[in-house]
Write a protein that binds this ligand. Structure first.
Ligand SMILES: NC(=O)c1ccc[n+]([C@@H]2O[C@H](COP(=O)([O-])OP(=O)(O)OC[C@H]3O[C@@H](n4cnc5c(N)ncnc54)[C@H](O)[C@@H]3O)[C@@H](O)[C@H]2O)c1
Length: 333
């Protein structure tokens, strides 16, 4: 049984507590939140759990083995550091930290103390991402050309980070998982309209092998869109995460261009074959992620979404912010 303390019971924290409570190998003993209203909600939902305003009570408690950090990103580093220093494993929300330097410090600390860090890149546990990973691994799409994602909706405005740090960690962690290449450079553009943080942004990531990724994140969209196109030499797919059933559609479409000797014109041929919608597992991703964290702690395995994976995402976020400040200059990684 892994005993947990959870810091942060705002929007996402209740999902963490609910899922931990439903897993056989986990028990939540302590919940901390600065906000009285959040503490009241937590106490009402879980009368047996001890609720406190002071996060240091959680990270230093001798009764717990692991801390889940579900607070805004600016607080992840201090809380994770204190938890690791007190000998606790850490499950931390995305994005891992506010800077590369902080991420590196936490990774070193966890290594010294032989503790686990897992970053909640929840999408990696969805049926959709697992299916796409399987298709790419089998070579179903052929050589990868591009990853193009639109992740837009109205709000929820964050008070401490721009839309890139809020929404792009999802795509960046998915790309980090799916694309077996180390990103080379980032270009980002964006604009702030309301509260001093960019609310609309466009990010381009260059990978070796002519693979390009583009992410459109926006808090000012009248409609919610969660659509990703992934194009390969052999096939292309559309992943619409808002579709209840057929989330992924694989299109047997492509283009080939040949130039024959003696001919000055290029011969372009388009292939337009069948479309199929593979079966996608429906289980709750966060439950699977937390179950995997328990396995890693119990069996002393490093999670694939460990601190190093969190760091790779933070590196891209930092580069994106730098590019944004320079109005779209290319920033090498
Ligand atoms: N994995 C996902 O899909 C997903 C989804 C939503 C949010 N998140 C992440 O979860 C984290 C929290 O986001 P949210 O939307 O729940 O934010 P939120 O503002 O709704 O909730 C954060 C809570 O933390 C509390 N808090 C802040 N600092 C604290 C401290 N030092 N001690 C105790 N309590 C403290 C606040 O009072 C608040 O109730 C962020 O890192 C966010 O990126 C992840």
């Amino acid at each position: 049984m892994i005993r947990f303390g959870v810091v942060g019971y705002g929007y996402w924290g209740p999902n963490i507590v609910r899922n931990l409570e439903s897993l056989d190998g986990a028990q939540v003993l302590l919940v901390s939140d600065k906000s009285p209203a959040s503490r009241k909600r937590a106490q009402k939902a879980y009368p047996a759990v001890q609720v406190t305003a002071d996060a240091s009570e959680v990270v230093s408690s001798t009764n717990i083995d692991a801390v889940a950090i579900v607070t805004p990103v600016w607080s992840h580093f201090e809380l994770a550091k204190a938890a690791l220093e007190n000998g606790k494993h850490v499950f931390v929300e995305k994005p891992f930290t506010s800077s590369v330097q902080q991420a590196e410090e936490l990774i070193n600390l966890a290594e010294q103390k032989n503790l686990k860090i897992m970053v909640d890149h929840t999408f990696l546990f969805t049926g959709a991402v697992k299916k796409i990973q399987q298709l790419l691994e089998e070579g179903a799409l052929g050589k990868l050309y591009y990853y193009d994602s639109m992740r837009v909706n109205l709000g929820l405005f964050q008070h401490d980070v721009n839309v890139i740090w809020d929404l792009a960690p999802h795509d960046l962690s998915i790309m980090d998982y799916l694309i077996n290449e180390k990103p080379e450079a980032v270009v980002a553009t964006g604009q702030m309209h309301l509260n001093g943080y960019e609310d609309v942004a466009f990010i381009t990531v260059y990978f070796p092998g002519q693979i390009i990724a583009h992410i459109n994140v926006n808090w000012l969209s009248p409609v919610k869109v969660r659509t990703t196109l992934i194009g390969g030499e052999k096939k292309m797919l559309v992943w619409n995460d808002l579709e209840p059933d057929e989330k992924i559609k694989v299109y047997d479409k492509g283009v080939s261009i040949t130039s024959r000797e003696g001919l000055y014109e290029l011969l372009v041929s388009y292939r337009s074959g069948d479309m199929w919608a593979p079966h996608v597992e429906q289980a709750e991703a966060l439950r699977l992620a937390l179950g995997y964290f328990l396995d890693c702690v119990n069996n002393n395995h490093s999670p694939f979404n460990d601190g190093a994976a969190g760091l790779r995402v933070v590196k891209m976020l930092e580069a994106a912010n730098e590019s944004l400040r320079k109005r779209g200059a290319l920033v090498s990684l």
